[in-house]
Design a binder for this molecule. Sequence first.
Ligand SMILES: [Zn+2]
Length: 188
Amino acid sequence: MNIINVGYLSTNYYAIDIRGGKLLVDCGWPGTLPQFSAELKRKGISIQEIQYLLVTHFHPDHAGMTQELKKLGVKHILLDVQVDFILQMTEFFKTKSHPYLPITTNDSIRLKVEESRNFLARLGLSGEIIHTPGHSDDSVSLILDDGFAFTGDLPPIFVLPESDTVSRASWDKIRKHPIKTIFPGHGK
Ligand SMILES: [Zn+2]
């Protein structure tokens, strides 16, 4: 399993080998395509290799560049539990000066979490996408059967207050899988 961190500006983005290309987990702030391309080049990846994008949640540092990548031909995987949250990010950018391109959803690949295992299998990946709210209600995690979990900004278990039952329930869901390595949205 080849997983490469192509992150920059303190957020991790992961390029995962799939059949005939790569799946990108999360993407950067609007207008940072040059930085992203430079980072890819540094890691020996061409942008044309990125076939699919999965966004763990619709916050600016994880999804800001979604539409820019779609314009380059990257296919965006949109989970049913995430659809309503795109609008919140669009609203956020209305008051900012970022060169944000609003995300169109009609041309994204719409997927229910229950369908994710079959979908990933078609990409040559064995695993599933699960709903893991906590940091935000639209947060999802990519779980690979090889023991890898991409958890976005779900707070690490060791910093979770007892009262954060939503995040705790998400970790319980993740731990139902035999996870060896966590790939978080920030940090190591
Ligand atoms: Zn983040």
